[in-house]
Design a binder for this molecule. Structure first.
Ligand SMILES: *Cc1c(COP(=O)(O)O)cnc(C)c1O
Length: 483
């Protein structure tokens, strides 16, 4: 029994606690080292669910026992995105370095909302690196946030303030004569519509522009929609292009959209949740041309960047607009030029949150230790694996490709009668087998098996396993269904 000291929450016996800590660290190293021998995913039994639900009902125990609950009933039953066979959604794999950095950040317990402190300097240093990465000007600003959903919301708010002026923060949209309209593609992430809803503009004020055969926004249709809205007395204010759509990984025509946004004086936002970091891969970066003209970019380090959850970022070309949108005068946040209250503006002036964790540390460790070049290689490697998977599908008459493979996402199906039902069952069987875990998506009424290859641990072996298991399950399921 490892006792807690009588008056604080620190251990009574540090040497024993230290030993326990090292054991816990080793357990996590073992977990990461032996991932491949474990199933990608396995479902919880009813008893295991109950064990988790019960664990707080008992009297306080100690760290041994809490740790053993974690090892027995939590660790083996997560989604599996650390595993090389995970291809379900665009989830990052995490890294051992990121894990250790999280431990350091937790020990430091920094509150990175404001005040004069090194963690904020580190976040600013990352901002400088990000500005250079996307060729953004000195005047740019930015902020770590939970993820791209939050970053998209922040960008809509900033674009709103930029269009209507700071006064809108006090007067509210109800007192505005202008009816603001936003545009994105039919393949855009739902968080854009949600942002319009949360901001109070309404998801109905978001035009979902049709896509072409490559799932990219149709820029002619976008131009038409803008003209038509202007003719109806509405005010187009925001265009969200996507780099790496969630369905098939398409990249919208950024340069053309940038031209149109410039001509029409509309805020040009890029949702680059996973795709923006393709800029780290020299073979992919040219496809992102035009991203450097964005007014704002939302993206995640926790997807293709492999930084542990959560680490999203919002980058804004004109940092003044960001301050105009969020800075508030509050007495307990008063600023000085010296002492702990120096260093204004603070992160809390750039977004809706005050208390916030030290997300910058795990991101900094990841970039510093692995280097941008290696991270770029990982990204291009996942795209090469997607091309390999595409070839395997095209060579096998039993399989059929359902969408172009632009980046790292491959949509295909097993050819059979009643394909939507059978392919749904194949994906469930694959997930339950623990071998590989793709997901499903419906493209133009056709149900596809969707493999999103994001994890740095995924290799050709895993792609081969996906193909083999798909064919095997396909055959079995098809046979049981045939009357
Ligand atoms: C994942 C994703 C999002 C949402 O990002 P979170 O980090 O999950 O909030 C938004 N847009 C696209 C294109 C995505 O892939």
């Amino acid at each position: 029994m490892l006792k807690t000291s009588e008056n604080t929450l620190d251990p009574e016996d540090w040497p024993s606690f230290r030993k326990q800590g090292h054991l816990m660290l080793d357990d996590m190293f073992n977990y990461l080292e032996q991932l491949r021998e474990q199933p990608v995913w396995q479902g919880l039994s009813t008893e295991q669910r109950e064990a988790i639900q019960e664990s707080l009902l008992t009297e306080s125990s100690d760290i041994y026992e809490a740790h053993s609950v974690f090892m027995k009933t939590i660790l083996p039953y997560a989604v599996g995105n650390t595993h090389p066979g995970f291809m379900g959604w665009v989830h990052g794999g995490g890294t051992p370095v990121g894990m250790l950095a999280e431990m350091l950040a937790a020990g430091l317990n920094a509150n990175v909302g404001g005040r004069d402190q090194a963690p904020i300097e580190l976040e600013k240093q990352l901002l400088e690196w990000i500005k250079t990465l996307f060729s953004f000007p000195e005047t740019a600003n930015g902020l770590f946030v939970t993820g791209t959903s939050m970053a998209n919301l922040i960008s809509v708010l900033i674009a709103r303030t930029a269009r209507l002026g700071k006064v809108i923060r006090k007067e509210g949209l109800v007192n505005s004569d202008l009816k603001l309209i936003a545009y994105t593609s039919a393949s855009a992430h739902i968080s854009i519509a949600q942002a319009m809803d949360i901001v109070g503009l309404g998801s109905g004020a978001l035009r979902m522009i049709p896509t072409n055969e490559n799932y990219q926004m149709d820029v002619d249709a976008l131009a038409q929609a803008i003209i038509s809205d202007k003719n109806s007395g509405l005010t187009p204010f925001f265009i969200a292009a996507t780099v790496g759509t969630v369905d098939v990984g398409a990249i919208d025509p950024l340069a053309e959209i940038a031209d149109l946004a410039q001509l029409e004086n509309i805020w040009f936002h890029v949702d680059g949740a996973f795709g923006a970091l393709a800029i780290l891969a020299p073979s992919l970066a040219p496809r992102l041309l035009g991203i450097e003209r964005a007014d704002s970019i939302a993206f995640d380090f926790h997807k293709w960047g492999q930084v542990p959850y959560d680490a999203g970022f919002i980058l804004v070309r004109n940092g003044e607009h960001q301050l105009d949108t969020f800075a508030t005068p509050a007495a307990y946040l008063s600023r000085e030029t010296r002492g702990l209250s120096a260093g204004s503006p603070w992160p809390c002036d750039l977004g809706p949150e005050l208390s916030r964790g030290f997300r910058a540390l795990k991101t900094w460790f990841t970039i510093k230790v692995y280097g941008p070049e290696k991270l770029g290689q990982i990204i291009s490697n996942t795209c090469a694996l997607a091309q390999y998977l595409k070839q395997c599908i095209e060579l096998n008459p039993q399989l059929e490709l359902l969408a172009p493979v632009e980046l790292n996402i491959v949509c295909f199906r097993y050819r059979c009668l009643n394909p939507n039902r059978i392919n749904t069952d194949i994906v469930i069987a694959l997930q339950e087998s623990g071998i590989v875990a793709p997901s499903t998506i419906t493209l133009q009424g056709q149900l596809a098996i969707r493999a999103a290859i994001v994890n740095h641990r995924t290799t050709i072996r895993d792609i081969d396993a996906l193909i083999e298991a798909t064919l095997a399950f396909g055959k079995v399921i098809e046979n049981t269904m045939t009357p």
